[in-house]
Ligand binder design. Structure first.
Ligand code: ATP
Length: 243
C-alpha cells in the first residue's frame, strides 16, 4: 500500500485559538477516509492545511509525499470540493466547469463527461443563481473530478444532497475507490459515513481516534454511539484511540 496523505503532528493556531493540535494520520491509496468531528473541531482547517491554503503553526501535511505547493501538477492529481470556491451566479454550470477545465489545461470534452458523471447535464445551460444547494454540491464534485484525479478531497460533500443524492454519492465514491482512487472527506453525517468509509479519523481539535471503521463499529455498535463515547468518555474506546 502506498501512502497518499500524511499529517504529521499538524498544528494550527489562529491568534489565540488552537484550531488543530498535533494531528497525525495517514491515508493509504484506494481507501475512503472520513474526517468527523463536531462544529469547530478543525476539520476544514486540516483539509485546508493539506491543500496549502493554511500554513501549519508546526508539524506538516503532505500529499503524494510532498507539500501540496511542491506538486508539479496538483490540479490533475487532486480533486477538491470545498465551500468558498468562487461561484459566479451569472455563469452557467457548463461555463463554470469550463473555466476550471481550461485553467487546468483540460479539454472542454471533459466538462461534458463530468456533467454526465455527476447527473447535472440537464442543468448545464442554466445560470448558477437558480441552482439548488444539492445541485451545487454535485457541481462541486464535478469540478473536483475534472482532472480525473487520483485523490479526492471533499469537505462536507453531502451538504445539501437529498437522500437520492446521498445514496448516489456513496455508490460513486465506492466505485472510485474500486478503481484505486483515494478519498478523504469530512462529514457530519455519521449514519451515512458508516456506509461509505473504510477508515475514520475522529477529530476534536486533536485526534481522538484514527483507524479502521470496523475497529469502532465491528461489535455492532453504531458509529454515532462510539463518536459520542469518544467525545465524552475518552479512554473507553480501545483500539485505534489516540492517547
Ligand atoms: N481563518 C480563521 N481565522 C480564525 N479562526 C479560524 C479560522 N479558520 C478557522 N478558525 C477557527 O478554528 C476552529 C476550527 O474551525 P474549522 O472550520 O476548521 O472547524 P470544522 O471542524 O471544519 O467546523 P464545522 O464543522 O463547523 O465546519 C474554530 O474555532 C474556528 O473558529
Amino acid at each position: 500500500m502506498s501512502t497518499v496523505v500524511r499529517f504529521d503532528a499538524f498544528t494550527k493556531t489562529f491568534g489565540g485559538t488552537r484550531a488543530v493540535e498535533n494531528l497525525s494520520f495517514e491515508v493509504q491509496a484506494g481507501r475512503i477516509v472520513g474526517l468527523v468531528g463536531p462544529n469547530g473541531a478543525g476539520k476544514s482547517t486540516s483539509l485546508r492545511g493539506l491543500l496549502g491554503l493554511v500554513r501549519p503553526t508546526s508539524g506538516s501535511a503532505a500529499v503524494f509525499g510532498a507539500p501540496y505547493a511542491a506538486l508539479a501538477d496538483p490540479a490533475r492529481r487532486i480533486g477538491v470540493s470545498m465551500e468558498g470556491v468562487g461561484l459566479n451566479p451569472a455563469h452557467t454550470g457548463r461555463r463554470h466547469l469550463t473555466v476550471f477545465a481550461r485553467a487546468a489545461g483540460l479539454p472542454d470534452s471533459r466538462v461534458t463527461e463530468v456533467l454526465d458523471l455527476t447527473g447535472i447535464a440537464h442543468a448545464a445551460g442554466r445560470k448558477l443563481r437558480g441552482w439548488s444547494t444539492g445541485m451545487r454540491a454535485r457541481l462541486g464534485l464535478a469540478t473536483a473530478l475534472l482532472g480525473d484525479p487520483e485523490l479526492l478531497v471533499l469537505d462536507e460533500p453531502t451538504n445539501g444532497l437529498d437522500p437520492e443524492g446521498v445514496r448516489w454519492l456513496r455508490t460513486f465514491l465506492r466505485e472510485q475507490a474500486a478503481l484505486g482512487r483515494t478519498v478523504l472527506l469530512s462529514s457530519h453525517m455519521l449514519a451515512e459515513l458508516e456506509n461509505t468509509v473504510d477508515d475514520i479519523v475522529v477529530l476534536n481539535r486533536t485526534a481522538l481516534f484514527v483507524g479502521e471503521l470496523t475497529a469502532l463499529t465491528g461489535d455492532g455498535s453504531r458509529l454515532e454511539e462510539r463518536f459520542f463515547d469518544l467525545l465524552t468518555k475518552p479512554g473507553l474506546v480501545g483500539a485505534g484511540e489516540v492517547r
